[in-house]
Each structure stands twice: as C-alpha cells, then as structure tokens.
Design a protein around this ligand. Structure first.
Ligand code: HEM
Length: 126
C-alpha cells in the first residue's frame, strides 16, 4: 500500500532528510550539468531543499517560516531546466536515495514526488 506523503516525516525524521540531501549535494559539485547551476551557496541550497522536503512530507514548516510560500516553478525560472537537466537531477536524487537506504515506503513516496516534481520544473525546450 502507498504511504501517505504526510507520514514520511514520522518514518524517517529530520535524520532521513539530512542523509538524503547530504548524499544529493555531495554529488552536485562534480556533476557536469548540475554543478554549474548550483554554483553559489551550496550549504544554503542544501538547507532550502531539505527543509522544503521536511515540510512537504509532514514535518515542521521551517522552510515556509523562513522563505514563505515555495512558488517552486517561479524560483527555478533563473535556471535553464530542459529534459536532460531534469533527468540528471532525478538520476542524482535516485543515487542519493539508494545511498540513504530509507524504508521502502518512504523511498517510494519520495521517488514518485521527485519524478513528477522535476518534470513540473522544466522551463526550457532543449
Ligand atoms: C521535485 C523536484 C524539485 C524540488 C522539490 C526542488 C526544490 C527546490 C527548492 C525548495 C529550492 C530552493 C528555493 C528557494 O527557497 O529559493 C530549489 C532551488 C534550486 N533548484 Fe530545485 N527542486 C526540484 C527540481 C530541480 C531541478 C530538476 C533542477 C535542475 C535541473 C533544480 C535546480 C535548482 C537550483 C539550481 C536551485 C537554486 C539553489 C538554491 O536554492 O540556491 N531543481 N529547488
């Protein structure tokens, strides 16, 4: 059975999101597509992604308290996100999920969200 997104935080806590996002951002600097996009303030970017996910998956709303409404498509508009970039992001997050070894239901809910969410972020045709 599918796990409700809002239950993911109760399953993996801050600790799970910390491990997942650390594994993702460890891969970013050397990635030929993602590296140049996330040039500045990697630690800040890691906080923003992690805390957004914590709130989105049933944890404390620390992201919204600090950043306000996510408006994620608008906040991605400075970056050229085409299908290859989207696929790279999803593949990198897939590697991070594999490394983090979260419980299967949490892993599945997160993968589903990343797959759809990253497609929604595409803002460039090529
Ligand atoms: C489900 C998919 C995604 C989610 C949930 C997500 C989430 C986020 C969040 C929460 C931020 C910080 C926004 C802010 O407060 O300013 C952000 C920034 C960013 N995202 Fe995404 N993103 C996704 C997909 C992508 C994709 C596909 C790319 C590029 C291939 C991308 C590249 C970036 C970059 C370059 C930033 C700026 C880093 C920073 O915060 O300083 N994201 N993303």
């Amino acid at each position: 059975m599918d796990l409700l997104d809002s239950k993911v935080y109760s399953l993996i806590g801050d600790e799970g999101f910390v491990r997942l996002c650390a594994a993702f951002f460890r891969r970013v600097p050397t990635d030929p597509i993602l590296g140049p996009m996330y040039q500045h303030d990697l630690a800040g970017a890691e906080w923003r992604l992690r805390e957004f996910l914590v709130g989105r998956f049933g944890g404390p709303e620390r992201y919204i308290e600090k950043r306000g409404h996510p408006r994620l498509r608008m906040r991605h508009s400075p970056f050229k996100i085409n299908t290859p970039a989207r696929d790279r992001w999803v593949a990198t997050m897939g590697e991070a999920l594999a490394e983090a070894k979260l419980p299967a239901e949490a892993d599945a809910a997160l993968r589903r969200f990343f797959d759809d969410g990253a497609t929604f972020m595409i803002n460039h045709p090529d």
